[in-house]
Design a protein around this ligand. Structure first.
Ligand code: NI
Length: 135
């Protein structure tokens, strides 16, 4: 079994707010992250697929195809977006790093060709990342 990781970077803004909490509770739980004008991050995304090396090509997955699916499913949807307002999934779900990683997983799952999606790793900053391995 071989694991292949493709990295992509995108910039996006977000804020944290739970409509089921009062304004005071939101402020207490999320602090300055509750500011509805949002703040930005330069996210770094590592998408890892697993599979066997195809003896005919020497590859697990065509990296061009993997790059293209990340472009289509993640970059076009999230790069330079205000996640809360421009990505429908985050109208109901708080766009934390955890939830963004899960949303990226769901967008990529089943679309990575011969390589089975193994892990989505999302860095919010250089020293903080979230791993998601599916349910
Ligand atoms: Ni943030």
């Amino acid at each position: 079994m071989v694991f292949v990781t493709r990295r992509a970077e995108f910039s996006a803004s977000h804020y944290y707010h739970n409509p089921e909490l009062t304004p005071e509770e939101n402020q207490r739980v999320f602090g300055k992250l509750n500011n509805p004008h949002g703040h930005g991050h330069n996210y770094v995304l590592d998408v890892t697929v697993q599979g066997d090396v195809d003896p005919r090509t020497g590859m697990v997955v065509d990296l061009k195809d993997l790059k293209q699916i990340i472009e289509t499913e993640v970059m076009q949807a999230m790069d330079h977006r205000f996640l809360n307002e421009e990505v429908p999934a985050f109208r109901e779900v708080i766009p934390t790093t955890e939830n963004i990683a899960r949303e990226i997983w769901w967008r990529l799952q089943g679309k990575t060709g011969a390589g089975r999606l193994y892990r989505v790793r999302l860095y919010e900053t250089a020293d903080l990342y979230v791993d998601y391995y599916g349910e």
